[in-house]
Design a binder for this molecule. Structure first.
Ligand SMILES: Nc1nc2c(ncn2[C@@H]2O[C@H](COP(=O)(O)OP(=O)(O)OP(=O)(O)O)[C@@H](O)[C@H]2O)c(=O)[nH]1
Length: 297
């Protein structure tokens, strides 16, 4: 699986050049930090990685480019957080799906629905992005294709009411998973946060915490802007895990590393295409390899 991430396991050009310079030369750390930043890693984290190397007694003793590569790789691995957010039992569960417009929220909901339907679960949608009419329609198309129920009240409806309806229904029938969409943009940020917090209160009044998960979708191609997006949603609600969508378009994991390290949010899934089957649990090994490939150029 994901062989393309694992292609380059031998030390690439940068690691070989760094090895030739040696960890006692100043240029070594500068070049390493530049390569980390170019791979979408936040500057403060690039410095942290380089300091880790600088302060390690092991660094001066590295005897080959292979050892240098595996040292950098280990430091990066320790900074990446992943989590399994597949439902663990047959209880009712609600997944609130968050993210700014266009990141792949609706597609990711359809992919998760397919994944859990295939696992034998009953899944339905709540069309909680009532801000845009097209969002409800788009989700309804996916619901039709997947043959699942969608709770909807159309544009302008109160999203909390739509999600409440869905929750009441799965509670009455039992053993259901509700995937609830949310708006990705309102007139301003505080309005969006207020609305999301209202939805959060409504859900918490109906379900216990373990069966309520907040999933954020981040587009892997957004670069460092993704960190700010994660910060806003995490501060507003607390995020349990992230779907890194469009990972097939730009397999550089620097953004995931930056979010994990800065905000402590784990990554749950990666989107690897536009089809319903194109989602997998986040594979930390593949992620680290993609970061290494981006660093090595
Ligand atoms: N290559 C690729 N494309 C994806 C992936 N996930 C979503 N897309 C595409 O990204 C585009 C936007 O996806 P949507 O699901 O409509 O995004 P959204 O966040 O719901 O967008 P709005 O409803 O417009 O806010 C669509 O063309 C999807 O097919 C992925 O993992 N890989």
């Amino acid at each position: 699986m994901f062989k393309w991430f694992r292609k380059k396991q031998k030390p690439g050009g940068l690691i070989r050049r760094l090895f030739q310079l040696g960890p006692h030369s100043e240029g070594f750390y500068e070049k390493l930090e530049d390569a980390l930043i170019e791979a979408d890693i936040k500057a403060s984290i690039a410095m942290e990685i380089s300091d880790e190397l600088r302060n390690s007694s092991q660094a001066g003793k590295l005897s080959s480019p292979e050892e240098l590569r595996s040292f950098v790789r280990d430091v990066i691995s320790q900074m990446i957080l992943t989590v399994n957010l597949d439902p663990e039992n047959n209880d009712n569960a609600i997944y609130l799906v968050l993210g700014v417009n266009g990141v792949g929220k609706t597609t990711s909901m359809a992919k998760l629905a397919r994944r859990w339907l295939d696992a034998g679960r009953s899944v339905s949608f709540a069309a909680g992005d009532t801000f845009r009419a097209a969002a409800v329609d788009q989700l309804a198309v996916h619901a039709g294709r997947l043959g699942i129920k969608i709770f909807q009240q159309g544009q302008g409806a109160d999203p909390s009411a739509v999600i409440f309806d869905g929750l009441e229904s799965i509670k009455a029938k039992g053993e259901g998973i509700l995937l609830a969409d949310t708006a990705g943009r309102m007139h301003n940020k505080s309005q969006l946060v207020k609305e999301l917090q209202k939805i959060d209160r409504v859900i918490r009044s109906k379900v216990d915490d373990p069966s309520y998960r907040r999933i954020l979708v981040i587009d892997a191609t957004t670069g460092q802007n993704g960190i700010q997006q994660a910060e806003v949603f995490h501060q507003a609600l607390g995020i349990d895990g992230i779907i890194l969508s469009k990972y097939d378009s730009r397999a550089r994991g620097g953004l995931a590393l930056s979010i994990s390290r800065t905000l402590g949010i784990p990554f749950a899934y990666m989107g690897t295409g536009e089809g319903y089957g194109d989602i997998s649990p986040m594979d930390p090994e593949a992620l680290v390899e993609s970061i290494m490939s981006a660093i090595e150029g």
